[in-house]
Design a protein around this ligand. Sequence first.
Ligand SMILES: [Zn+2]
Length: 411
Amino acid sequence: MNTTERLYYTDSHLVEFDARVVAVTTDSEGRAAVVLDRTAFYPTGGGQPADTGLLGGARVVDCVEAEGGEVLHVVEGGVPESGASVRGVVDWPRRLDHVQQHTGQHILSQAFVELYGAQTRSFRMMADASEVDVDLRDPSDEKIERAVDRANEVVWDERRVRVHNVTPEEAARMPLRKDSAREGELRIIEIEGFDFSPCGGTHARRTGEVGLVAARHWERAKGLVRVTFVAGARALSDYRRANRTARAAASLFSVARDEAADAAARLQEENKQLQRRLRASEELAARAEARELVEEVDEGAGGASAVAGGVTRVVARVFEGRDAESLRRLASAIAAHANTIALLGSREEGGARLVFARSVEAGADMNALMREASQALGGRGGGRPDMAQGGGPLAEKLSDAIEEAARKARQ
Ligand SMILES: [Zn+2]
C-alpha cells in the first residue's frame, strides 16, 4: 500500500476533499476501515485524538495510522468500494477544538521554557482538558500563572503560525524546542518569533485562533509537574461550568459568588465549635444519667452504705436503639463511680450491642464477661479488663445475656 497523502499537513483548515478509495480493510479491532489516496482526516497521534466526519455515505468514527504509513478511516454505515471516488468531510468543531488545544500546548510549553527553562516531556489531550508534564522546579501557583500569562500574551499577539518542511540539516540551524525522533524531511511548526517545534499535528494559522489558555490545576507527577489546561472554546465552557458551580455554592450561603469559599470556611469553623459544645453537653448528660442509675441501684440495695462496705455495685441496663458512642459514654460515666460495674446493652435493627465497663476497684474482667455475653447473642466481642464492647444478631437474648453477666460480676 502507498502512504496516504496528508492534506492536513499543508492546510489544517481544509474540511472537504475528494479522494479515491485505495483499499477497504479492517483495523486491528476488526472494524471496517477505508484507505484513501489522500486525506484531510487526522489520525490519532502525538497526544491528539483523531478527526471524525463523513466519507461518502459512511460515518468516520475513528482514524488510525497503519504501519505502512496509510491512514485507516474506521467507518460505520455504507462502506465505499475500492476504486470509488468519495468526498470526505471532517467535523469542523471537533477539528477546531483540537487545533486550539494543540496550538495552545505549543505556546504554553514554550512559555515554560522561556521563563524557567522547563521542558515539556509529554502531552495528552483528553475529552474535557489537556495535560502537559513539565520539568519544572519548585512549582507554585504563581509560577504556573506567570507561564499562562505569557502564553496568552503570545495568543493575543496574533502571531503567524508557519509550517516549514525542512531537511535535518536545515532543522539543525533552527532554535528547536525539542529534537525530533524522525529521520528524513522534518515538519517544523514555527510560532512567529517565539517557538520552533517539530510536529505532525494540526495547528492554528495565527495564535489568536487559540483564543485563551487557562490552567485548571497542577500537581506533582513522577518527578514532573502535570499542568491541566484548557484552550479556546473549552476555556469558555470550563469558565461557564466553574462559574455555575461557584454561584450555586454562593447561593447556599446567600453571599456573592466570590465569597462562597470564605462563607464555607466560616460554616466549617462554626460547625467545629458546635461539635465541641455538643460533646461537652453529651458528657454532662451522661454523667447525670449515670448518677441517676447508680442511685437507683443503691436504693434497691438498701442505701449507699452497702457500697461503702466494699460490695461491688452493678448497673445493668438494656436500652432501645442507642448508638455505640452514647452507650460507651454512659458506661464510662457509670464506671467513674467507685467500685462500680456498668453492663449496658442496646437493641437495634438486626441485633444488639453491648458495652461493659468497670471502675478500678471493681475486680471483674470485662473482656471475659463480654466474650461470653457476645457469644450468647451469636456474635463476638472483647476488649480490655476494664472496658469491652461487642454484640450479636440474637437481640431477643439481650436481657438474659446481661443478667448472666451481672450474676457473674457480683461473684
Ligand atoms: Zn503540534
